[in-house]
Ligand binder design. Structure first.
Ligand SMILES: [Zn+2]
Length: 272
């Protein structure tokens, strides 16, 4: 086990083989016939290969596990067992309905631990902001500027959720399904704030950072809105568009091309 400075506690420790996306996601997004699809803007492959590197000490891995992953992962959408998180979220009626979009006050729902949801997402965004997770590259996957350190302090538990940061959560309402995951990617800068996002089965997290985050984002964010707003709607159409866009740019692996030819690729599906 290599020794080095743990990126989270900043202490000289034995380092674990840390994953950008929790290893359980790879198991969840595959069946006997289909391996998970991993997409970046450069490359797209079906692979059980997992993105990992020596980054965190054992104690810090436990912080991520205990404060978020352990609660969230068993509740993501699955091939065979439905979508437990959605079932819990909709135990109480939505507070706002805007067309097909429903907003839930998760802070008023005793079955939802919004703190765990927020920690889960911030842990993944933070890991993407302190490491490249790509062989041969040194630049971090996400550029979060001074917010990286503020988010580190939040993730380790030394500080409250940072100001000028908003975490939004969109839940994919059944019957729409998309059993895949997207690693964190950086969107284009929008004026004076930046947006990054990632997707895990059933849940899309969006992180906005900057001094001028629009009020409508702040008011509908799980992190900042009163009652920890969580939005539920069918965004599988947008996902399908993004998938097409990314996959058009990405070099496809041989195995994926075969799977596509056999039409066994069920992910992501526009709707069920
Ligand atoms: Zn550590």
């Amino acid at each position: 086990m290599p020794r080095g400075i743990c990126k989270l506690c900043l202490k000289d420790k034995d380092l674990q083989d840390s994953h950008l996306m929790p290893a359980a996601l790879h198991r969840m997004c595959r069946t006997e016939e289909v391996e998970p699809v991993v997409i970046t803007s450069k490359f797209m492959m079906t692979s059980s290969r997992q993105v990992s590197d020596y980054l965190l000490c054992f104690d810090c891995e436990q912080i991520l596990n205990r404060n978020g992953e352990h609660w969230v992962l068993p509740k993501l959408a699955t091939w065979d067992r439905g979508f437990p998180f959605y079932n819990l979220l909709t135990e109480i009626p939505a507070v706002v309905k805007d067309g097909k979009l429903l907003a839930y006050a998760s802070g008023r729902n005793p079955s939802i631990d919004a703190g765990k949801v927020i920690h889960f997402a911030m842990g993944i965004f933070w890991k993407a902001a302190v490491h490249s997770w790509r062989g041969g590259k040194t630049e971090p996957r996400l550029q979060l500027g001074p917010y990286t350190e503020l988010i580190r302090q939040f993730v380790i538990g030394d500080a409250a959720f940072p100001e000028n940061v908003a975490l939004s959560l969109h839940v994919l309402s059944p019957p729409a399904k998309a059993f895949t995951f997207f690693q964190p990617y950086q969107g284009a800068a929008r004026g004076s704030f930046r947006v990054s996002a990632f997707y895990v089965p059933g849940m899309e997290f969006t992180l906005s950072v900057g001094k001028r985050i629009p009020i409508e984002i702040m008011r509908t964010a799980v992190s900042t809105a009163p009652d920890h707003a969580i939005l539920a709607h069918d965004f599988s159409g947008q996902m399908h568009e993004m998938y097409k866009r990314l996959s058009g740019k990405a070099k496809k692996s041989k195995k994926l091309v075969q799977l596509l030819a056999n039409s066994k690729l069920r992910t992501p599906a526009p709707t069920s």
